[in-house]
Design a protein around this ligand. Structure first.
Ligand code: SF4
Ligand code: SF4
Ligand code: SF4
Length: 378
């Protein structure tokens, strides 16, 4: 695919070429198309918006409600035509709309079952621009950690093995069931793995974070408003609406030029220096491998970054990127030129739950996720 050309003025007012320069907010993915003009779309004065959730904790719905008073401004140039959390609507209301009649669709949550997939496809058909909103739609998110196990094991655990389950007959959910009166009842099929939104439909834009922060929402509103009212082009298809920098660049904690860590610890194992970089104190923080744009709210309140903004620009494998960052800061004594495998293993044993730590939000989109899939299939 040819690289995207063209210049897009970012939120800081700087021009960015191919999304790799300037201080700003859009990554232009290889293979993406040039930026998008309003004139290409025969649009009415007011645009329409639909919101739909898949396998979601509903935190992203709350993030939309957190547009606060800006929702009223949005309503001056947009009508919300479908949003189960905000409006009294039924799925049929969305299904009955003509294809392509909704200007922008926000889908949040992962794709976990056949209902999620069906509604993702309906949203794709109805919406001219489809946004993967939040970490679950972007990369599979926390539900995606289920890809480390199987459908069978999950159902066994939930319906038979938890301490609070009383199920002597071992009853399990069935996708279809006919009751005594002859009524057919159906449940969505529960898939063996979790998908990100773009695994099942074509996606136009990605809005990362768990959930997207108020500042990120304001960027989206500004982009949409300027597109509708001033005809300013939208960023190219495939853009991630976030910074091209790493989280460490916007973190307020102090850090040395070089970091050297002899052992890893957990927050409860030390008296934390509240100004100093977590990694320097031996606490795993995913800042070096995470995209900026959230404003680093977690590190500001003494919580290390868990990486919900996803990998940095140009990197697909966030977990491997963080492992590489960790490998580069492990201290080696003067009389060693490298650590033995045993020493490395001892160090890595100090990191509790490495899969959840390094792939908390990105397992379904990672290479490791695919390896896990292969092993499960064997
Ligand atoms: S991204 Fe976070 S807040 Fe949004 S649905 Fe997923 S888990 Fe919930
Ligand atoms: S590693 Fe974490 S604490 Fe350190 S500068 Fe980066 S984001 Fe901040
Ligand atoms: S600091 Fe890290 S975990 Fe917190 S919102 Fe930003 S990317 Fe997500």
């Amino acid at each position: 695919m040819p690289p995207v050309t063209g210049v897009y003025p970012d939120a800081a007012g700087d021009a960015m070429e191919n999304g790799m320069t300037g201080s700003g907010y859009f990554r232009i993915t290889p293979g993406g198309r040039d930026y998008i003009y309003r004139e290409e779309y025969d649009m009415a004065e007011k645009i329409t918006i639909a919101l739909k959730r898949g396998a979601s904790c509903v935190g992203c719905d709350i993030a939309v409600v957190n547009f606060n008073e800006h929702l009223f401004t949005l309503l001056t140039y947009a009508d919300i035509v479908f949003a189960p959390t905000l409006l009294d609507v039924k799925y049929e209301d969305l299904k009955n709309l003509p294809d392509g009649s909704v200007t922008i669709g926000f889908y949040h949550g992962a794709v976990r079952n056949s209902d999620n997939e069906e509604m993702a496809k309906v949203m794709r058909d109805k919406c001219r621009f489809l946004i993967a909103y939040g970490a679950c739609a972007h990369m599979g998110g926390i539900p995606g950690l289920a890809n480390a196990t199987t459908r069978k094991k999950i159902l066994e655990q939930v319906y038979k093995k938890t301490v609070s389950t009383v199920n002597p007959e071992g009853t399990m959910p069935m996708e279809t069931y006919t009751d005594e009166a002859g009524h057919d009842l159906t449940l969505p099929a529960f898939y063996d793995r979790v998908f990100a939104l773009d695994d099942v439909v074509d996606v136009d834009y990605y809005v990362p974070a768990c959930p997207p922060t108020h500042d990120i929402n304001m960027q989206i509103l500004s982009l949409v408003r300027e597109f509708v009212e001033k005809g300013k082009p939208l960023p190219p298809k495939g853009s991630v609406i976030a910074s091209v920098k790493t989280l460490c660049d916007e973190c307020g904690r102090t850090r040395s030029r070089t970091i050297s860590v002899a052992r890893f610890r957990r927050l409860q194992d030390l008296k934390l220096d509240e100004d100093k970089c977590f990694l320097e104190q031996g606490i795993v923080c995913l800042g070096p491998a995470t995209r900026a744009g959230c404003g680093a709210p977690c590190t500001a309140v003494n919580v290390p970054c868990r990486g919900c903004m996803g990998p940095t620009s140009g990197v697909m494998e966030q977990g491997a990127s963080m492992l590489s960052a960790i490998a580069s800061i492990i201290s080696i004594s003067d009389d060693e030129d490298k650590l033995s495998e045993e020493q490395i293993e001892r160090l890595m044993d100090q990191i509790i739950d490495p899969l959840g730590c390094f792939y908390r939000f990105s397992l379904p989109k990672s290479q490791l996720g695919r390896v896990v899939e292969d092993v499960k299939e064997e």
